[in-house]
Design a binder for this molecule. Structure first.
Ligand code: ATP
Length: 307
């Protein structure tokens, strides 16, 4: 549905996006995660046809966004960062304006009614946008993005600046929209991705550093390290055949260390158990090290926020 092929964007000396390639299939809800300045907004602006890439291309349903920008925009709902809204207009007038730009004509009133109900803004349709809370403004932003019922949604930091209750409400709305639409949403907040998306693309300094289903991400990136503790008079060199040995600590004849297997997704606990049993090594403790998504993200984007 969305294809990004070797996409790059330069601003003078700055390479905002560097040779990005990924594909998003119909029905996927993908989190585009990265620290400030990673290149998320730039990528989204290229996909939505608002700016042109320096190299590479973005395709929507096989159509190059720079070749047929109007066709592409009909298929996409876009919520830009800092949603531009007209403060003096009422919500209804603003959505009417969007409907006319989208050429909804005869379908206008029905589209506004359905979208307002969906986004929970029916009760504020007569209010000037400038008087709304940030949460409601964001709902109006989402309403303008989905008014023409596009199959694809591109949402740039949809919960930024909202309070925790508003964040919960917007996430719920996105989850609901994700049941029938293909969604790409950018964020630098990990729980957002965990709660809303089924796949995450992590970007740092314009390049992809991870692309994974949420449930696989931790396993793939945790390196499958095992913590082992045993009683004995000799250090854990004998475990070398399993992988890299680190963090070796000895305390009154109890050795603790970490083994990282050569193949990161391999679970070597059973082999270690048999190895210890065969050699009469008194195994006191063994567990797979778990790392939070937060730790993984920090590691992936360690040099990230420097621009
Ligand atoms: P944030 O989370 O802060 O919005 P981002 O991941 O969306 O960050 P971008 O806004 O795409 O990142 O910016 C990527 C890099 O490109 C940054 O270094 C930014 O300063 C630079 N950049 C973006 N737009 C322009 C522009 N119009 N002119 C010059 N540099 C730009």
């Amino acid at each position: 549905m969305i294809s990004v092929e070797s996409l790059s964007k330069r601003y003078g000396e700055i390479k905002a996006v560097n040779d990005l390639t990924f594909e998003i299939k119909k029905g996927e809800v993908v989190g585009f995660l990265g620290p400030n300045g990673a290149g998320k907004t730039t990528t989204m602006q290229i996909i939505t046809g608002f700016i042109k890439p320096s190299e590479g291309r973005a395709l929507i349903d096989g159509v190059d966004v720079t070749v047929s920008p109007i066709t592409v925009k009909e298929r996409i709902g876009y919520l830009p960062e800092n949603t531009p809204l007209y403060d003096d207009l009422s919500v209804f007038d603003f959505l009417s304006f969007v409907a006319s730009v989208r050429k909804l004509n005869g379908k206008r009133d029905q589209a506004i009614k359905e979208t307002s109900e969906r986004c929970g803004i029916t009760e504020v349709l007569d209010r000037p946008i400038g008087t709304l809370s940030k949460g409601y403004r964001q709902r109006v932003g989402l309403a303008q993005a989905i008014l023409h019922d596009p199959p694809i949604l591109i949402l740039d930091e949809p919960t930024s600046g909202l309070d925790p209750i508003q964040i919960g409400e917007i996430r719920e709305l996105i989850r609901e929209l994700g049941r029938e639409k293909t969604v790409l949403l950018s964020t630098h907040i990990l729980p957002e991705v965990e709660q809303t998306c089924n796949r995450v693309i992590v970007i740092n300094r314009g390049s992809i550093v991870a692309d994974s289903q949420i449930e696989n991400l931790k396993a793939e990136l945790s390196g499958g390290s095992i913590r082992v503790q045993y009683k004995g008079s000799t250090p854990p060199d004998k475990f070398r055949s399993f992988g890299r040995i680190e963090d070796v600590v000895e305390d009154e004849g109890v050795w603790s260390f970490r083994i990282t297997p050569k193949e990161p997704t391999m679970d070597i606990r059973e082999e270690i158990f048999i190895f210890c049993k065969e050699r009469d090594i008194v195994l006191l403790e063994m567990y797979r090290e778990k790392r939070s998504l937060e730790e993984i993200f920090k590691e992936l984007t360690l040099e990230g926020d420097s621009r």
